[in-house]
Design a protein around this ligand. Structure first.
Ligand code: GDP
Length: 532
């Protein structure tokens, strides 16, 4: 039996919360997120799960009890946390699935972090998926650290990249280090805090920690000549523009410290860890649904930010990922589900990353635990011990993919309806309805197409209601009001449907169609829904 939570003093909880740094990497596929994750783990000490970090190739083919679909494709649908220690800190890196497994869950992860690292490919700049994830961070005022990656390869000009960050995000880039040598000729960085030079040395294969040596500015001038002078000059320009780090504007989500690196060569990774520890916020009091902060040393509380279903088809396994907000989580404790007031036993808590699971015994604010057998839990649920609390619901996000779903077999309509309701309730997909389409053919809406596959798989196998899905040619949803329905109904290839949360969504094939309707009907209510 575990010791009772009361045995952990509030000063221990406060100290542990202060050590936590909980963040996610926001990036476009191929920017180097997996490579960076491995590099971070290499520099740090992975807690309790040595060898837990695998590249994509490493994950492929691992024998596991995960969803068969996931096995077939060799990709990970899960998003969970990798925990490691660095200096005095405990760092939780929450995975943000990209590529084909980009989904509403990817956005939801951002509700559980205290900071984000925006990883940018030096050649490609800010790409679409990065921008989508950035919008969610902006909405939540999440402090962002920018890392320009792949500086070892030819890419854009460093100052031009800073202009792009400012122009596209509105965040003032405040580089902490400035590259010496242009993209493709990465020699090291100028440390803008003291003007010294950190020279990087390649090590064989990049598999070990890269060599770093520090030199004074005059030594750097000797060593690197023109490349050093250019770096000094450009850093000076930034200073003139006021692009110096400011902790307050960073924490307020108005400026972003910038680092340059090469994840594959392990350059700049060490700096990133230091920046996370020195500048990123620790786990602090989270505001509840009434706007009241829940002190980190209050009794245990947390919220579910993701539910993973069907990982073990034999057991209809449900894994609910909980971000700890206050107090100490101890495996075996009985917590209360805020919405139902029902008790939930946490006998099988796990730490999960990729395919690896490990039993977890204790967790502190900022940590993530995976609760097994969590059929009763759903996204956004608050859990607490002793002192009730409800955290704000996790919003739904703007869908970009739409499909009509129908039962293949009309005699299975009851199962069909039950399944759709359950998937909607769990937030697997959004369900949109209209009188025109009727209950037999609702529209499923998703952030990423993978959500449809999960829905289809569960309808077929779990709810025993085989379905047909048919893609609709819409890519944009806007929130509208009832008085605009007649106007929109007269428009060609525009459809208005209502979502379960009560929102009325107008769907458009593309932005030209949307702009056409806006031009034609000045004053029409069509609000963008980054989140709603
Ligand atoms: P992810 O899709 O964001 O997880 O990207 P990966 O980590 O899988 O990286 C995509 C590709 O870029 C891989 O071939 C990596 O080896 C390569 N890559 C990642 N970081 C760097 C880097 O700093 N420099 C170079 N040259 N290649 C990199």
């Amino acid at each position: 039996m575990n010791s009772s939570p009361a045995t952990v003093s509030s000063s221990t909880t406060l100290a542990e919360a202060k050590r936590r740094r909980t963040f996610a990497v926001i990036s476009h596929p191929d920017a180097g997120k997996s490579t960076l994750t491995e590099a971070l783990a290499l520099h740090a000490r992975v807690i309790g799960q040595a060898g837990a970090v695998h590249g994509k190739a490493g994950r492929r083919g691992t024998v596991s009890d995960w969803m068969s679909m996931e096995k077939e494709r060799g990709i990970s649908i899960s998003s969970a946390a990798l925990q490691f220690s660095y200096r005095d800190a405990v760092i939780n890196l929450l995975d943000t699935p990209g590529h084909a497994d980009f989904s509403e869950d990817t956005y939801r992860v951002l509700s559980a972090v205290d900071a984000a690292v925006m990883l940018v490919d030096a050649a490609k700049g800010l790409e679409t998926q990065t921008m989508k994830l950035f919008e969610v961070c902006r909405h939540r005022n999440i402090p962002i650290i920018t890392v320009i990656n792949k500086w070892d390869r030819p890419g854009q000009d460093a100052l031009a990249l800073m202009d792009e960050v400012l122009g596209r995000t509105g965040l003032t880039p405040t580089p902490l280090a400035w590259p010496v040598g242009e993209a493709g000729d990465f020699r090291g960085v100028l440390d803008r805090s003291d003007g010294s030079y950190i020279r990087f040395t390649r090590t064989d294969g990049g598999a070990t920690i890269a060599g770093e040596e520090r030199f004074t500015a005059s030594q750097a001038a000797e060593l690197e000549g023109e490349a050093w002078h250019t770096a000094e000059e450009e850093s000076g320009l930034l200073e003139l523009e006021g692009q110096q780090h400011d902790q307050d504007t960073f924490l307020a989500g108005k400026s972003t410290p910038v680092l340059f690196g090469s994840a594959v060569l392990n350059f700049g990774v060490h700096q990133l860890l230091d920046v996370l520890v020195d500048l990123a916020p620790s786990a602090e009091a989270r505001v509840d649904a009434h706007g009241e902060p829940r002190p980190v040393d209050a009794p245990f509380s947390g919220f579910v930010f993701k539910v993973q279903a069907g990982m073990d088809t034999a057991h209809r396994d449900r894994l609910a990922f909980v971000r700890v907000c206050s107090g100490v989580f101890e495996r075996g404790m009985i917590v209360t589900q805020a919405a139902s007031k029902k008790p939930f036993a946490t006998k099988y808590a796990q730490q999960v990353f990729g395919r690896d699971r490990e039993i977890i015994d204790t967790a502190y604010p900022g940590d993530v635990v995976g609760l097994v057998n969590a059929a009763a839990l759903r996204v956004g649920d608050s859990l607490y011990e002793a002192q009730p609390v409800s955290f704000p619901p996790i919003p739904t996000f703007a869908p970009e993919h739409f499909m009509v779903i129908r039962a293949k077999d009309s005699s299975k309509y009851k199962q069909f309806r039950r399944g759709i309701e359950q998937l909607d309730h769990e937030g697997v997909v959004q369900v949109l309805r209209s009188d025109l389409r009727g209950d037999q053919a609702p529209v499923l809406a998703a952030v990423g197409p993978m959500q449809f596959e999960v829905a289809e798989d569960r309808m077929n196998n779990e709810f025993n209601a085989p379905v047909k899905l048919e893609r609709l040619a819409f890519t944009i949803a806007r929130r509208t009001t009832p008085d605009w329905i007649p106007t929109l109904a007269r428009e060609r290839s525009v459809e208005v449907l209502s979502r379960t949360d009560g929102d009325l969504l107008a769907l458009f094939s593309d932005r030209w169609r949307l702009q056409g309707v806006e031009r034609e009907h000045p004053g029409i209510v069509l609000e963008p829904l980054v989140v709603s």
